[in-house]
Design a protein around this ligand. Sequence first.
Ligand SMILES: *Cc1c(COP(=O)(O)O)cnc(C)c1O
Length: 399
Amino acid sequence: MESYQVNEKGFYGEYGGAYIPEILYKAVEDLKKAYLPIIESDEFKKEFHSLLKDYVGRPSPLYYAKRMSEKYGCQLYLKREDLNHTGAHKINNAIGQILLAKQMGKTRIIAETGAGQHGVATATACALMNMPCTVYQGALDVERQHVNVERMKMLGATVVPVNSGNKTLKDATNEAIRDWCCHPSDTYYVIGSTVGPHPYPDLVARMQSVISEEIKWQLQEKIGRDYPDFLMACVGGGSNAAGTIYHYLDNPNVQLILGEAGGLGIETGQTAASMQVGTVGILHGSKIKLIQTEDGQIVEPYSISAGLDYPGTGPIHCNLYDKGRATVIAANDDEAVRAAYELTRLEGIIPALESAHALALLPKVKHLFKKDSIVVLTVSGRGDKDINTYLSHQEMLND
Ligand SMILES: *Cc1c(COP(=O)(O)O)cnc(C)c1O
């Protein structure tokens, strides 16, 4: 049977790999050699799981959403990553990678951030584990994401505004890579999603795979069967989706439905739906599908959701899409806003805008559901950070 996991060369089908400058070769090679023996050791597992339990608050509940189930004619369960400490799934990965960095003998942490969610998760885990932390963020994002910048500083991180390029995530990532090139021996670079050179996509997927590990026993407990008929999640770089599907990839009974950000519509050019409109190229050390011009210039993506506003999608999902293992559907800004209000009114849960892109697929796929279909949808984060956006887009509810 075809495997959807990474192969020994670091590829998922034609995607992935490690396209890096010579100067980073040793740092990436060291990580590649170190990560599996460390994260599969009993010592690491014990510490990681104890922090996930007592610090993050795991297991996150698997909640049967009764009113939403009635509305969509299925049995809908929500995987509540929004209830984690710091409000999203990103903390699972940040804690795991910083534990790994410590065991590799690294003494300094760097990260890049766009909207600031990954920066806050990394700064949090660094405060917890007493590691100095530098976060690169585009200067425009530093201005736009004032609250997260203050959170990172309060947590003790140094936030470095990046003034090159468009002053957004891509430029921050370039700067973080530059820093890593200068300090490869003592510095560990924490990547926040299933992107970047091998082994990062596999490493991040493994850190987030706790999500599907829990879904298995939680379903067993609730319905007497450890798999659902459908799994749904939103995809930016792909980490919450990778965690949600990890232990089900090779189970053909489970249909995977992934939501990417349509922005104003995939035909408008104002979109972040890179799996559907992108072409193959190399970004941040990995061969993936990207939104780019014919001569390979990255086109600034657009989405109402900062966390999905990335010009590519990680190699795991590009491969699942190409092979037909996952159904990928775009949800536009207005559909996501409507879905967020709907969940709030029917279940009393205000989701993150990113997560609302998964919820917005329910009306688009409900024709696939039977009354007894088990659907598990991951709510990747909570919506407190998005309240101003929700308020200023209420007109989207009217059509
Ligand atoms: C960052 C973020 C995402 C998108 O990132 P993935 O790596 O695709 O999961 C989704 N939801 C929330 C709440 C986020 O903060």
